[in-house]
Design a protein around this ligand. Structure first.
Ligand code: C2O
Length: 592
């Protein structure tokens, strides 16, 4: 077992895209940030040095943090935010997990530029993959380029404004040649391949806003894992990946040598929309046939002459045919086709359910709080909030992180009245997905009054919990990538329209459902999951669309301690800073 150490210096740097210099907050000067590559079972220590002007935390998305909720990285839920000029060290193990995960800042919107891959390789090396060892492994991070100040965008979203848009989409930080600066195309990501070899693409959607379709002209993918869980090999020409999700796919370079566009295109629900975002980004898969060329191969460069076995290189890259921008069926099918590969370490799906939750995802109207810029909204008095069972999550001005209060019994307990219990069903039932409900014109008139609360739900240690997430027409038909910290969920079934237990339970896959940390709830549809609440701590559960999260589509799942030491949360690490003693903590550090 090795200890893998990294130092992440968070600072602001200038980057230029679209002819404009923009100040962005990044780790170690890079966008995407540095990948963390480890072997299953390793210990990881990441030293954060915050040289940015923002309070930040880093979350290790999908890492289970077994008995280690303290390192989960959610501000004021698991830890105090790391203030400007402060340091903090995250320590965790990656045990019992392998595949592609990622890390990102967990403060509003900054994750758009503070993120990177977290790759966990099998202990026995690549030969123990349940598929032939790939020639190379390549992270493909789909993201967005924002020219707007992300902290302002975060504030706007919290205040219910959805008027901010990214300026471009990116693959591994590159915008691609559909974007240009005064006519000169932006650099695109180039993947050089050798004919006949296989490549494992570790695809991560780090975008705030969109689900994406990823396609490579002339090629198919074989999907082998999702959210760091192996799946039965599934061959497809298109990958659908929602914010927060990861997909590992094998690409075989078996097309005639040449160059092929790799395209990432947002998926948008089929609704009238005043925005016309064409945030399609593309890179190039370039066959390397013993021919050398410069960096940043673009169409012009690849059109320089060069031939291999009589196959011309001079043509522009081949363009893939993408699903329509509003086609959500392809995504539904992609997600529905994932089944988990039987794995010796994986437990069977628990058949007895201890607790059922039905969570309706929606929007509501909440009274304007002081300090919010509500004046842009008609009537001035209320703002839009995102809800689960008609309550909207909000951390009131607490001084102690919920986890700490819960651990020391000073708050965060079910009966102490400091938190609101998330209801196990919406306050009333209505036809969640009737398209007639899709707001047009004065959509705000349809929204119900809701309230902002610090919402939690408590689970006995070891309880099997079934959650049905129901998306509603109130959300303008968007899909919802629902993410649970600290646990993987069995995705039992998904469907269109309203969930109906009487017939839908029969469709559950109890044999080999995929295990996911982020579950794609189809637009105007539902998804049913089960998980075993066996990791004590305070775990955030939320929609991974940044605007839904900022507007309150979140709750805390609090898993109680088990009866024995190995099943209860240990005390915080020795050097764990509490908000009150941050200064003294730093002093001790300095005098060491
Ligand atoms: Cu990837 Cu709570 O987030």
């Amino acid at each position: 077992v090795a200890v893998v150490e990294h130092t992440f210096v968070v600072s602001q740097v200038n980057m230029t895209h679209l002819c404009k210099e923009t100040l962005v907050t990044v780790v170690n000067g890079q966008l995407p940030g540095p990948p963390i590559e480890v072997t299953e079972g390793d210990s990881v220590a990441v030293h954060i040095v915050n040289e940015s002007p923002y309070n930040i935390t880093i979350h290790w998305h999908g890492v289970k943090q077994r008995l280690n909720c303290w390192s989960d990285g959610v501000p004021m839920i698991t830890q105090c935010p790391i203030k400007p000029n402060q340091n903090f060290t995250y320590r965790f193990n990656v045990t019992g997990q392998e595949g592609t995960l990622w890390w990102h800042a967990h403060v509003p919107c900054l994750r758009a530029s503070l993120h990177g891959a977290l790759i966990i390789r099998p202990r026995n090396g690549a030969s123990s993959y349940p598929f032939p060892k790939p020639h190379k492994e390549i992270p493909i991070i789909i993201g967005e380029w924002w020219e707007k100040d992300l902290s302002v965008v975060g504030r706007n979203m919290r205040d219910g404004s959805l008027d901010d848009d990214p300026s471009a989409s990116t693959i591994n930080g590159k915008l691609g040649d559909l974007f240009n600066c005064s006519g000169a195309p932006e650099d695109g990501y180039v993947l050089e391949v050798e004919p006949g070899k296989t490549y494992m693409l570790r695809v991560i959607n780090a975008a705030l806003f969109y689900e994406y379709y990823l396609k490579i002209a002339g090629h198919k993918f074989t999907v082998v894992a999702a959210d760091a869980n192996y799946v039965n090999p599934y061959t497809t020409d298109v990958i659908a990946v929602s914010p927060g999700e990861t997909v590992d796919a094998i690409l075989i370079a078996d097309a005639p040598p040449g160059s092929y566009y790799m395209v990432a295109q947002p998926v948008k629900a089929p609704l009238p929309d005043t925005r016309t975002p064409v945030y399609v980004t593309r890179g190039v898969v370039q066959y390397n046939s013993n021919r050398s060329y410069g960096n940043g191969t673009t169409e012009q460069q690849s059109s320089s002459h060069g031939a291999n076995e009589g196959i011309p290189f001079g043509d522009a890259p081949v363009v893939p045919e993408m699903p329509g921008m509003h086609n959500t069926v392809v995504s539904f099918d992609f997600h529905g086709n994932l089944t988990s590969l039987r794995h010796p370490r994986r437990p069977m799906v628990p058949l007895r359910v201890d607790e059922h939750l039905f969570i309706a995802l929606g929007l509501g109207m909440t009274p304007c709080r002081r300090g919010q810029s509500c004046n842009r909204r008609k009537g001035d008095e209320r703002i839009i909030a995102a809800t689960m069972n008609n309550v909207s999550f909000h951390l009131s001005s607490i001084r102690t992180p919920i986890l700490e209060a819960h651990y020391y019994h000073t708050g965060g307990r079910k009966d102490d009245g400091t938190l609101l219990e998330l209801p196990d069903r919406p306050p009333r039932t209505f036809n969640f997905t009737d398209p007639a409900l899709i707001p047009e014109g004065d959509k705000e008139a349809l929204l119900e009054p809701t309230s902002k609360e610090t919402v939690a739900r408590w689970f006995r240690h070891g309880a099997t919990v079934e959650v049905v997430f129901q998306s509603t027409a109130l959300l303008q038909g968007s899909s919802n990538p629902m993410h649970l910290h600290g646990h993987d969920m069995y995705l039992l079934a998904q469907g269109h329209g309203n969930y109906d237990a009487a017939k839908d339970v029969a469709r559950y896959n109890l044999v080999n459902p995929p295990m996911k940390n982020t579950v794609h709830v189809p637009n105007l549809g539902w998804a049913a999951v089960r998980f075993v609440a066996d990791n004590p701590g305070v775990w955030f559960m939320h929609c991974h669309y940044e605007f839904h999260l900022s507007m309150g589509m979140a709750a805390m799942f609090i898993v109680e301690d088990g009866p024995t030491v190995g099943r209860s949360l240990p005390p915080p690490p020795m050097d764990f800073a509490t908000c009150g003693n941050y200064e003294s903590y730093l002093q001790t550090k300095k005098s060491e």
